[in-house]
Design a protein around this ligand. Structure first.
Ligand code: KG4
Ligand code: ZN
Length: 330
């Protein structure tokens, strides 16, 4: 089965072609340069840019895959969560192509696509998975594709949001996560003892706003402190909490596989720490390649492939759902 996938939930315009579950093309046109001067995504600008780019991105994805539109068996597009005006462009384009070509259509939950991006071959179930992105921090137990239970999530800021906000406090460029990761490499992670919020509390919820505020207060008192040390110490605190909760859940649920997904899962310290801890504990760690961690249509089309095989379809009445949670049925 050949699926054309479309993703426009935030600031990446992306289209991909997946054949029998294998990604043949995955074109991502990033709008980072457009939003950088504003220090964050400007929804109005994002949706206009999606509209300008979407046709070309879809044509490139088809060309690169060597598959003509006529050979595609189904169309998939993200319906949520994300920015309403951005989601509308991809979802309506997907529905439009499906309607015009008479092919089946399926709406895909962006978070569910992140969740399964490290495990599309179904390997390693059951597992504990952590989605860490710009908008979400969710810990879930996964027993099969489409079968997951949320164990905990952030009660305030998402992990990526904390990286981006702290980077802004440090006047680093947007998006801040990769900048903090880069600068932390030359800093001392033990220089400043930032809080590990909720790490030692029972349950699997997260909180990152206290950590962000601690960095703010520290900066007010120490405006000339080494930026690499602040980056490394902040990152170490965030990574300790993320890795700690993931490993605690693996132990409590006696699961031998853990996985990381979403943009923050590219973080080199998070990967390094979890790789070491998993080796010590005899756990298998599944990581997606970087291109599948940030927003991309490859993960949308691949999850669609599995859902379509299971007989799922969406109707054209499917609307965008900007605040959809993980696992809201399409
Ligand atoms: O999954 P994603 O592309 O978009 C959402 O669905 O939100 O994640 C974007 C987030 C941003 O907050 C960005 O700063 C963060 O991922 N990020 C990182 C790194 N690379 C991207 N955070 C920490 N370290 C990184 N290397
Ligand atoms: Zn995302």
């Amino acid at each position: 089965m050949k699926v054309l996938g479309i993703e426009t939930s935030c600031d990446e315009t992306s289209a991909a072609v997946v054949a029998d579950g294998r990604i043949l093309s995955n074109v991502v046109s990033s709008q980072i340069d457009l939003h950088r001067p504003y220090g964050g995504v400007v929804p109005e600008l994002a949706s206009r840019r999606h509209l300008e780019l979407i046709d070309e991105v879809i044509h490139t994805a088809l060309d690169e895959s060597g598959i003509a539109l006529g050979e595609i068996d189904a169309i998939a597009a993200t319906y949520g969560p994300g920015l309403a005006s951005s989601l509308l462009i991809g979802l309506n384009t997907g529905k439009g192509i499906a309607l015009a070509t008479g092919k089946p259509f399926i709406g895909i939950n962006h978070l569910e696509a992140h969740l399964y991006s490290p495990v599309f071959d179904g390997a390693g179930m059951p597992m504990i998975s952590l989605i860490v992105s710009g908008g979400h921090t969710i810990l879930a137990k996964v027993t099969g594709i489409g079968q997951h239970a949320i164990l905990g999530q952030t009660v305030d800021d998402a992990a990526g949001e904390a990286f981006d906000k702290v980077a802004k406090l440090l006047q680093l460029s947007y998006p801040g996560g990769p900048e903090i990761d880069r600068l932390a490499k030359t800093g001392n992670p033990r220089a400043i003892a930032f809080p590990r919020s909720m790490l030692n509390e029972p349950g699997y919820d997260f909180s990152f706003s206290g950590l962000k505020t601690s960095v703010l207060y520290f900066l007010r008192k120490n405006p000339t402190h080494s930026v690499p040390d602040i980056c490394a110490s902040f990152q170490e605190a965030a990574v300790d909490v993320l890795a700690g909760k993931l490993l605690n859940a693996a132990e409590e649920y006696r699961v031998k596989t853990v996985s990381l997904a979403g943009g923050v899962s590219i973080n080199s310290r998070l990967r390094e720490k979890l790789t070491g801890e998993c080796e010590k504990r005899g756990l298998r760690l599944l990581l997606a390649p970087a291109k599948l961690c940030t927003d991309n249509a490859g993960m949308i089309a691949t999850l669609a492939h599995h859902k379509l095989l299971a007989g799922q379809r969406s109707t054209f009445s499917l609307e965008v759902s900007p605040s959809a949670g993980l696992g809201v049925a399409a």
